[in-house]
Design a protein around this ligand. Structure first.
Ligand SMILES: Cc1ncc(COP(=O)(O)O)c(C=O)c1O
Length: 360
C-alpha cells in the first residue's frame, strides 16, 4: 500500500466484488407495513414514552456533555440502572449507549489471556468481535448445542437474532461455565415480568446483556449481574469509560418503557399470538418467537423477493452474508403488536405470488 490512489483502487476492487456477489447493501428508510423492525412491542412510538422523553429533554437538555466518569453522569442513569437490575433480578446493572458497545465491554473486560470463550456459531457480530478483541481464545461450538466448557466462559444469545430460535439455556446453565447471555431479542418479551428468557428459564447466569433499542423501543443496553462484576466494568470497560454518556432523556424514556412493560403485559401476549398465527400459515415449526426466517439461499433471489414484497407494500428485508452464513440468505420477517391476522394473511398471499414471480 502506498498513496491514496492505490487505496482507492483497492477499495473499488472490494466494492466491485461486493456488487458481483450480490452482497451490496443499501440504506432504505421505512416504508410500508413493518415486517422488519425490532420494535416488537410497538414501544418506539408509544405516546407515554414519547411524552416522558420530551419532558426530560426540556428539563435536562439534550447532550450529557461527557463520559459517566467525568461530567456526563446524572442521577437518572443510576435510578434506571437500579430499577433495571431489579427487573432482571440481579444486584446491579450498567447502562451502555448500544448493545454492540455493551457486548464489547463484557468480552474485553472479563476473559483474559489463557481463558477460553465458548461461543455459539450463530452469535451476533458484536459477540464475535468482543472475543476477538479480548486476549482469550475463541472456541466456536455448533449452534444451540451444549459444549463442555466447565470453568470457562460461555457466550450465547438467548433468542437468536436471525433464526429466531432459542439457546438451550437450562442446559447451558448446568455446564459450570461463566455464562454470558445476550438477551437482545428476548428482553421485554418473555417471563412473567417480561425481563427475558433468563427469567422464563429460571437460570442465574454470570451476566446478561439487555439491549434497549429493540422491544424496549428506546436505545442502548444494560449489562446485569453481581455488584462486583459491574463495579469492575466501571473501572475497566473501555467502551464505558472512554465514551460520552447517552443523552439523559434516554433514561426517562427507559423508565417509561419499563412502566409500559409492567402495565401492559397484553402486548407480549398478543405478539406471541401473532407469531404462532403466522408460523402456522407458513408451515413453520410451532413457536412463539417473533422472528421468522424465510430461507431462500441465493443472495440475489433473496433481494429480488424482498423487492417484490416491498412493491406490494410490505417492509421486508433480505438478510445476506456476512450477517448470516454463506448459502443461507433469507427474508427475516419480524413481527410487532401493531400487525393483525388480516395483514398477515395478505402477506402470506403476496409471498406465494412473489415466490412464483422470482424464479430460482
Ligand atoms: C443479538 C444482538 N446483540 C447485540 C446487538 C447490538 O445491539 P445494538 O443495536 O443496541 O448495538 C444486536 C442488534 O443489533 C443483536 O441482534
Amino acid at each position: 500500500m502506498s498513496g491514496t490512489k492505490e487505496l482507492e483502487a483497492r477499495v473499488r476492487a472490494h466494492l466491485a466484488e461486493i456488487e458481483r456477489t450480490g452482497l451490496r447493501r443499501v440504506m432504505r428508510p421505512p416504508s410500508g407495513v413493518d415486517l422488519s423492525s425490532n420494535d416488537y412491542l410497538g414501544l418506539a412510538s408509544h405516546p407515554l414514552i414519547k411524552e416522558r422523553m420530551a419532558e426530560a429533554v426540556r428539563q435536562l437538555g439534550v447532550g450529557s456533555t461527557g463520559s459517566r466518569l467525568l461530567r456526563g453522569d446524572r442521577e437518572c442513569f443510576e435510578a434506571v440502572e437500579t430499577r433495571f437490575a431489579r427487573f432482571k433480578g440481579t444486584e446491579r446493572a450498567l447502562y451502555f449507549s448500544s448493545g454492540f458497545l455493551a457486548n464489547l465491554a463484557v468480552l474485553t473486560t472479563f476473559p483474559e489471556q489463557g481463558d477460553v470463550v465458548y461461543s455459539d456459531e450463530l452469535n451476533h457480530a458484536s459477540l464475535i468481535d468482543g472475543v476477538r478483541l479480548s486476549r482469550a481464545t475463541r472456541q466456536v461450538y455448533p449452534h444451540a448445542t451444549v459444549p463442555a466448557a466447565q470453568g470457562q466462559f460461555l457466550v450465547t444469545e438467548s433468542l437468536f437474532s436471525m433464526d429466531g430460535d432459542r439457546a438451550p439455556l437450562g442446559e447451558l446453565a448446568n455446564v459450570g461455565a461463566n455464562l454470558i447471555v445476550d438477551e437482545a431479542h428476548a428482553v421485554g418479551l418473555y417471563g412473567a415480568r417480561g425481563s427475558g428468557l433468563v427469567e422464563e428459564t429460571g437460570i442465574d447466569p454470570f451476566l446478561s446483556i439487555n439491549t434497549a433499542g429493540k422491544a424496549l423501543g428506546v436505545a442502548g443496553a444494560f449489562v446485569c449481574g453481581p455488584a462486583w462484576a459491574i463495579e469492575y466494568m466501571v473501572q475497566r470497560a473501555r467502551t464505558f469509560i472512554f465514551s460520552t454518556a447517552p443523552p439523559p432523556a434516554v433514561a426517562a424514556a427507559l423508565e417509561a418503557s419499563l412502566d409500559v412493560i409492567a402495565a401492559e403485559p397484553e402486548r407480549r401476549a398478543r405478539l406471541r399470538e401473532l407469531a404462532r398465527y403466522l408460523r402456522a400459515k407458513l408451515g413453520m415449526p410451532e413457536s412463539d418467537s417473533p422472528i421468522l426466517p424465510i430461507m431462500v439461499g441465493d443472495n440475489d433471489r433473496a433481494v429480488r423477493l424482498a423487492e417484490v414484497l416491498q412493491h406490494d407494500g410490505f417492509d421486508v428485508r433480505a438478510i445476506r452474508p456476512p450477517t448470516v452464513p454463506v448459502g443461507t440468505s433469507r427474508l427475516r420477517v419480524s413481527l410487532n403488536v401493531n400487525l393483525s391476522e388480516a395483514i398477515l394473511d395478505r402477506f402470506v398471499a403476496c409471498l406465494e405470488r412473489a415466490k412464483c414471480a422470482v424464479s430460482s
